[in-house]
Design a protein around this ligand. Structure first.
Ligand code: AFP
Length: 294
């Protein structure tokens, strides 16, 4: 895709537009790394999870590309202990390769990004744009900006709009719940039972693909607080905030069980959070259940 001259909707010639365009441009290289860099690296990420060579390749190429853009003041990554600081008024937080455990079975994988007006760690209300790329049967990118969500197909270096106004369907159809019923607290377990009787299971081990199901068919994706892990598994800065921003811009809601993920306080870029994303009606019912169980 040509750079700033290509004013694909949502990728205008502003710093934020150029950042979004950079993720579209990098998708081809990252997809290539998934095919070739399949071995495990010798290290673990700051969350104590093993790293694939593809994780590190994606992280390094994104840092280089993004910090080369005028106006980008910092780069934060799920794969790095601390933030890389530069000069600029826009700040990027990235999960370079979400769903690393899906590489071997060739299931859904993607990249998640948030663009902030404040350097991380920072709350989700300071997002100015967010998006995710899915390296699936085709390469797609969903971007939320100025209360609008668009979906693009990335092919031959071009980003083509395939949906100019993505919105969560009114009637929920699917659910995807992580963490295992044996680890859920009663509030979530009771609600899950009710929804599992009504909705179809869509859980693939990479939240970008599972949340894409919710954006397409309506429903609820949850990785809740667990008995042994009260803040859940997923990262607030790199997964909860950007995906929450996207789902809320698409007319749905996000929650940590009590409040929007965009309002949840954050101390460290690697803080985790319980995470619920989906139809407003389902999120509101869930929050009522948690309130009743307290
Ligand atoms: P990996 O990137 O380590 O595969 O984890 C993916 C993820 O962070 C998120 O994308 C999934 O929804 C969730 O973890 C899956 O977790 P479980 O493997 O516990 O189901």
């Amino acid at each position: 895709m040509s750079k700033s001259t290509d004013l694909t909707p949502g990728m205008t010639d502003t710093t934020t537009g150029r950042i979004v365009g950079e993720f579209a441009d990098a998708a081809t290289e990252i997809r290539e790394a998934i095919a070739t860099e399949r071995q495990f690296a010798d290290e673990e990420n700051p969350s104590g999870e093993s790293q694939l060579a593809a994780d590190l390749v994606a992280d390094e190429l994104l840092e280089e590309r993004l910090l080369a853009l005028d106006g980008v003041g910092s780069y934060a990554s799920e794969e790095r202990e601390s933030v890389t600081v530069d000069e600029g008024h826009r700040h990027v937080a990235v999960d370079p390769l979400d769903g690393s455990s899906n590489l071997e079975p060739n299931s859904g994988m993607g990249t998640i990004f948030g663009v902030y007006d404040t350097q991380p760690p920072t709350i989700g209300r300071n997002l100015v744009a967010a998006g995710f790329v899915i390296y699936g049967p085709t390469t797609s990118m969903v971007v939320a900006r100025n209360d609008r969500v668009r979906e693009y197909i990335i092919h031959d270096g071009d980003a083509r709009v395939v949906d100019d106004d993505v919105s969560v369907p009114t009637d929920p159809t699917v659910y995807g719940f992580g963490g295992g019923r044996e680890n859920w607290n009663d509030a979530f377990a009771d609600y899950a039972t009710e929804l599992q009787e009504r909705l179809k299971l869509r859980y693939g081990g990479a939240m970008i693909a599972d949340v894409s199901q919710v954006l397409t068919y309506g429903g609820l994706f949850s990785y809740p607080a667990l008995e042994y892990r009260p803040t859940g598994k997923l990262r607030l800065q790199f997964e909860g905030q950007p995906m929450g921003y996207i789902v809320e811009a698409a007319g749905g809601k996000s929650s940590d069980g009590h409040q929007s993920l965009l309002d949840r306080e954050i101390d460290d870029i690697h803080d985790r959070t319980p995470l619920h994303l989906g139809n407003t009606s389902l999120i509101e019912r869930l929050e009522e259940r948690y309130e009743r169980h307290e």
